[in-house]
Write a protein that binds this ligand. Structure first.
Ligand code: GAR
Length: 203
């Protein structure tokens, strides 16, 4: 990539990971620019935060654009219009069809609030508490056709305390999410080599 990388960020809600990515790009910690924040939910709080940060926003409402394949096709078309090099899923609560996965293979990352492969899917922090693990965490990984499954770029762990609730554990994990997602994106633009499921940072 000769010019600065162009990043599209997909959200469904609050958008705190989106903010941490935008701030890291603006500060120069990531050698790329946030070119669009897209949501499937028109009322997503993160869209307002993106506007405040001066990032272009787009909505592809999943309640209006159906079925799932057509929704994904509209999202892909929008991201291509912004010429994004990398797509970051940041609390984007949608199962993806091959339309999306194929369009951005090895160019789409996700953050998930568990130490994958433990606790994929919804309510990962609650799953971790209910299972009784003593260590929890978060994972940034490439997206493939299976949910919360692709090759891992970075993980961070946190302790689970005896008196943790879902919200106290989620907060502790979220702090780590805000730290490792920008690091993983930075690593992506520096070059990540894939060897099966294993990823290697550029030397
Ligand atoms: C984050 O904890 C993220 O890891 C999680 O949703 C939250 C979004 O928060 N994503 C998933 O569970 C995806 N499977 P945010 O909107 O404040 O970034």
């Amino acid at each position: 990539m000769s010019e600065r990388g162009r990043v599209g960020i997909l959200i469904s809600g609050r958008g705190s990971n989106m903010v941490s990515l935008v701030e890291a790009m603006r500060s120069g910690a990531i050698d790329a620019d946030p070119v669009v924040v897209l949501s499937n939910v028109p009322a997503a709080e993160g869209l307002r935060r993106a506007e405040e940060l001066g990032v272009a926003t787009e909505v592809v409402d999943h309640k209006k654009v159906k079925p799932r394949r057509a929704h994904d096709a509209a999202v892909v078309e929008t991201l291509q219009r912004y010429r994004v090099d990398l797509v970051c899923l940041a609390g984007y609560m949608r199962l993806l069809t091959p339309v999306m996965v194929d369009a951005f293979r090895h160019r789409m990352l996700n953050i998930h609030p568990s130490l994958l492969p433990a606790f994929p899917g919804l309510d990962a922090q609650r799953q971790a508490l209910e299972y009784g693990v003593k260590v929890a965490g978060c994972t940034v990984h490439f997206v493939d056709e299976e949910c919360d499954h692709g090759p891992i770029i970075l993980q961070a762990s946190v302790p689970v305390h005896d008196d943790d609730t879902e919200s106290s554990l989620s907060r502790r994990i979220l702090e780590q999410e805000h730290r490792i997602y920008p690091q993983a994106v930075s690593r992506f633009f520096a070059g990540v080599r894939l060897e099966g499921r294993r990823t290697h940072a550029a030397p």
